[in-house]
Ligand binder design. Structure first.
Ligand SMILES: Cc1cc2nc3c(=O)[nH]c(=O)nc-3n(C[C@H](O)[C@H](O)[C@H](O)COP(=O)(O)OP(=O)(O)OC[C@H]3O[C@@H](n4cnc5c(N)ncnc54)[C@H](O)[C@@H]3O)c2cc1C
Length: 333
């Protein structure tokens, strides 16, 4: 009997495409993982007028595209999308299914895994393949204090969501080709129970911290909202952007878009200033690609100070004030 073609599926999440490159990053990783498994990389694209994404995913590594293009899929409906992917998986039995850990993926993937009665490793920060062809899903666990290597031995597909920025995308190659299967909308879909009344695009910030080359990041050690606000002044003087830790976001000193770490953004600045941050693993998980780190903390033993290239033992507010003053003076000179 002919052996089943192994396949790695990547769910095409093209919302907010120009900032959100996670699907391309996952395709690139899927190409790596597919090699030892001799598997096919397949992108699943659902929506209305999706040719742009079909071409894009082809150019970024997909061997096959499963496309469902229909006017009734113009807006995202969890129920529709879940039913469609559930049916496709049932028909084709992929070995691995990867989804970006975006707001969308974080809602969609657990529900899909539940329907498929398989496991899901959420927010993975690495993926690998064992010699036996099992997907190693590397994810922070036990509150982020450890990195666990998880394998799904028995159930299929092996599912993982992966944080944006974890992998690098392969450059666009317009000469690549893929098998494009345009599939009909099944007629057994029941009407969704949730109706989206309106979409409104969130106001976009001028630049996102994922792409900033200078980042001034502040933590609880900034003490209060006013001190924290001054980080923006330093960032502006340096042509950079502001990042934050979770307690700061929870306190309302910064918005969620500034959160750096496991539950937020992965950043890759040329230089990172870290003010009053302890260096918990959930935060440092987002700093893997920072080139040069300057940490300011009153506790020289803080993890952040130990991992910094330059560690300054000082009061964060005082040092920030001095730095701003000095920079302004130099700009005037
Ligand atoms: C599932 C999960 C996911 C999480 N995801 C994230 C995430 O994505 N990002 C994230 O950041 N956190 C995340 N966290 C929270 C994380 O565990 C830490 O609690 C958080 O990173 C700590 O933030 P912090 O460094 O600002 O605060 P703290 O740990 O309280 O550290 C404050 C630091 O400031 C220093 N300090 C105090 N006063 C001063 C001063 N006057 N001058 C200079 N230094 C001073 C202290 O010495 C200390 O080192 C997550 C937690 C969980 C459980």
């Amino acid at each position: 009997m002919k052996e089943k073609q192994k396949s790695i599926w990547v769910f095409g999440d093209y919302r907010n495409y120009y900032q959100n490159r996670v699907t391309l990053q996952l395709l690139s990783k899927a190409v790596d993982l597919a090699r030892p498994m001799n598997a096919e990389v397949c992108a699943v694209v659902i929506g209305c007028d999706i040719d742009e994404w079909i071409m894009e995913y082809t150019a970024h590594g997909a061997d096959r595209i499963l496309a469902i293009d229909h006017p009734s899929l113009i807006g995202y409906s969890t129920e529709y999308y879940l039913s469609l992917v559930e049916q496709l998986v049932g028909q084709r039995d992929p070995d691995i299914l990867l989804i970006g850990a975006t707001d969308f993926g974080r809602e969609f993937a657990p529900r899909l895994a539940k329907r498929l009665k398989t496991g899901l490793s959420a927010d993975c920060v690495g993926l690998d393949i064992t010699p036996e062809g099992l997907l190693v899903q590397i994810a922070p666990s036990f509150g982020g204090n450890m990195l666990a290597e998880i394998v799904t031995e028995k159930h299929r597909p092996q599912m993982a969501t992966v944080r944006p920025g974890t992998f690098k995308e392969i450059p666009h190659n317009h000469e690549r080709t893929a098998i494009v299967e345009r599939l009909p909308l099944p007629d057994n879909l029941s009407a969704p129970r949730v109706r989206v009344v309106e979409y409104e695009r969130a106001v976009e910030r001028e630049h996102t911290i994922e792409n900033a080359s200078v980042i001034v990041c502040g933590g609880r050690g900034m003490g209060n909202r006013n001190n924290f606000k001054k980080l923006k002044e330093l960032a502006n003087l340096l042509g950079g952007d502001v990042g934050a830790t979770r307690p700061v976001v929870y306190a309302g000193w910064a918005d969620h878009g500034a959160l750096v770490g496991q539950a937020g953004k992965h950043i890759k600045p040329k230089i990172l200033f870290s003010f009053g941050i302890s260096g918990a693993i959930q935060h440092t998980a987002g700093l893997g690609e920072a080139n040069f780190i300057v940490a300011i903390n009153k506790n020289p033993q803080a993890t952040m100070m130990k991992m910094a290239d330059v560690a300054i033992s000082a009061d964060a507010g005082d040092l920030l004030g001095s730095l701003i003053k000095e920079l302004k003076k130099r700009i005037r000179e």
